[in-house]
Design a protein around this ligand. Structure first.
Ligand code: FAD
Length: 392
C-alpha cells in the first residue's frame, strides 16, 4: 500500500479535511499509517459561522455513506430547512414551497437535505480516532525535510509529515506550494451576519422564515435568510460591487453597516433593517472569489489539496462543500488503491479528475451568480423554481 508507514498531515479541519481523515482511518484499520489533522481553531467549540449547507446525493451524501456516517447524518439533518420562499425587495411573497410535508426522499438527486455547519463538523469529529485533530495549529509555513515536509505553526510548534494535504480553505497556505495560480474576484461581494432570538428581535422576518429560507431579489441585489437549528438565523447579502466598496466599513459598527445598506440597497424596504440592527457583531465581509476554470499544475509526490483550497467557487450553486467532500472521497480511494505504482501517480490522477469536476461546478456557480444578480433576477428565479423538474 502506497501509504504504508507514512505520516499524513491534513491541514484544516473543515468538512473536506475531516471527511478525508475519517475515510482514510476507515481504510487504515490495521493502523498502517498515521493521520493528523492540524486545525487553526483553538478547540472544537470555536464558533462555526455561516448558513446551513445542503448536501447532494452524488457528492456530499455519497461521501458520508462511504464514511459510514449516513445514519448519523439522518439524525442531525433538519427536515423542512430546505423549504423556502422567494420575495422582492419589500418582502412581498412571490413563491413558497412550504405547502406539503417536508420531503425525506433520500436517494433522489432532487432531495438536498440541509445540515448546519456545527453539527456536520461535530459528527465528523466524533467519528475520528482520539487525538487525530491537533487544535490551535495554524500553519504558517513549511519546508522540505528529507522525503517529507516540516510544518510550522503560529503557536511556535512544528511537526513532520511524509504527505501533506491542504484542506485549509479559500486562503490556503498550502496552495502556493503547489501552484502559482490564484483565484479571481467574481465582481460580487457580500456580508454575512446572524441574529439570535429572531422570534422576538425580528418577528416579521421570523414569521416569513418558518424554519426554512427566504431568498429576496431586487434591483440586482440579493438578501438570503436561513434558519439555524439552534433557533438563530443567518443572513447573507450579495450584490455587484467593486471589491474595495465594503472594505472601509467598520464591521463591528452596526450604524455604519446600516447606513451602507440604506445607501447601496436604497430601493429596499425597512423590513430588512431589523436584521442588521439586531445582528451579532462583527459582520463578516465576503468578497466572492473563484479559481481559474482552466487551472493546471504538475502533480507533486507528497503534497496535494482539496476543497476550497483547490477550487474556491461562488456559493450560488451550493456546490462548495459537496465538492470538498467528494474530493475527500476520491482522494482517499486514489491514495489507498493498489492500481498506482507511486503516490505521485495516484495524486496526479486524483488532481486531473478533481480539476475537471470542480471547473464544471464553478462554471455553474458563476453563471448562477450572474443570473441571481441581474436586474430581472426575481423573474428568472420564479421561472426556475416553478419548473417541476427543478433541483433545489
Ligand atoms: C456565504 C457562503 C455560503 C455558502 N453556502 C454554501 C452552500 O449552501 N452549499 C455548499 O455546498 N457550499 C456553500 N458554501 C461554500 C462552502 O462553505 C465551502 O465550499 C466549504 O466549506 C469548503 O470546505 P473546505 O473543507 O474545503 O474548507 P473550509 O470549510 O473553509 O475549512 C477550512 C478549515 O481549515 C482551517 N484553516 C484555515 N487556514 C488554516 C491554516 N493556515 N492552518 C490550519 N487550519 C487552517 C479553517 O479554520 C477551517 O476549519 C458557502 C460559502 C459561503 C461563503
Amino acid at each position: 500500500m502506497l501509504l504504508q508507514k507514512k505520516q499524513i498531515a491534513i491541514i484544516g479541519g473543515g468538512p473536506g479535511g475531516l471527511t478525508l481523515a475519517r475515510l482514510l482511518q476507515l481504510k487504515g484499520v490495521t493502523n498502517a499509517f498515521a493521520i493528523k489533522v492540524y486545525e487553526r481553531d483553538f478547540n472544537k467549540n470555536a464558533r462555526v459561522q455561516g448558513t446551513t449547507l445542503d448536501l447532494h446525493e452524488e457528492s456530499g451524501l455519497k461521501a458520508l455513506r462511504q464514511a459510514q456516517l449516513f445514519d448519523e447524518f439522518k439524525r442531525n439533518y433538519r427536515p423542512g430547512a430546505d423549504k423556502m420562499i422567494i420575495v422582492n425587495e419589500n418582502a412581498e411573497l412571490f413563491f413558497s414551497d412550504h405547502e406539503g410535508k417536508p420531503e425525506e426522499n433520500f436517494g433522489s438527486e432532487h432531495f438536498r437535505p440541509e445540515i448546519d455547519r456545527g453539527p456536520l463538523r461535530k459528527m465528523l469529529l466524533e467519528s475520528l480516532q482520539p487525538d487525530t485533530v491537533m487544535w490551535d495549529r495554524q500553519l504558517v509555513s513549511m519546508e522540505k525535510n528529507g522525503d517529507g515536509w516540516q510544518l510550522h505553526f503560529k503557536n511556535k510548534t512544528s511537526a513532520y509529515a511524509d504527505i501533506v494535504i491542504g484542506a485549509d480553505g479559500a486562503n490556503s497556505k498550502i496552495r502556493p506550494y503547489i501552484t502559482k495560480s490564484k483565484a479571481f474576484y467574481s465582481g460580487i461581494s457580500g456580508l454575512l451576519g446572524s441574529v439570535h432570538n429572531p422570534d422576538t428581535t425580528v418577528p416579521a422576518i421570523h414569521k416569513l422564515l418558518k424554519g426554512g429560507k427566504i431568498m429576496a431579489f431586487g434591483g440586482g441585489k440579493n438578501f438570503t435568510v436561513a434558519s439555524n437549528g439552534d433557533g438563530s438565523l443567518a443572513f447573507y447579502l450579495s450584490y455587484k460591487a467593486d471589491e474595495s466598496r465594503l472594505k472601509n466599513i467598520d464591521l463591528a459598527d452596526k450604524t455604519q453597516v446600516l447606513s451602507w445598506f440604506k445607501n447601496d440597497y436604497a430601493e429596499w424596504g425597512n423590513v430588512w433593517h431589523g436584521l442588521l440592527e439586531n445582528a451579532e457583531t462583527p459582520f463578516m465581509l465576503i468578497p466572492i472569489y473563484c479559481m481559474p476554470l482552466n487551472q493546471n499544475w504538475e502533480a507533486l509526490p507528497n503534497l496535494t489539496m482539496l476543497g476550497d483550497a483547490a477550487h474556491v467557487m461562488p456559493p450560488f450553486a451550493g456546490e462548495g462543500v459537496n465538492m470538498a467532500m467528494l474530493d475527500a472521497l476520491e482522494l482517499s480511494e486514489f491514495l489507498t488503491s493498489d492500481k498506482y505504482n507511486t503516490l505521485q501517480e495516484a495524486i496526479s490522477i486524483y488532481e486531473i479528475n478533481m480539476r475537471k469536476r470542480a471547473a464544471l461546478a464553478a462554471q455553474e456557480s458563476l453563471e448562477n451568480g450572474v443570473r441571481m444578480h441581474s436586474e430581472n433576477a426575481l423573474q428568472i428565479m420564479l421561472d426556475f423554481f416553478s419548473n417541476p423538474n427543478f433541483t433545489k
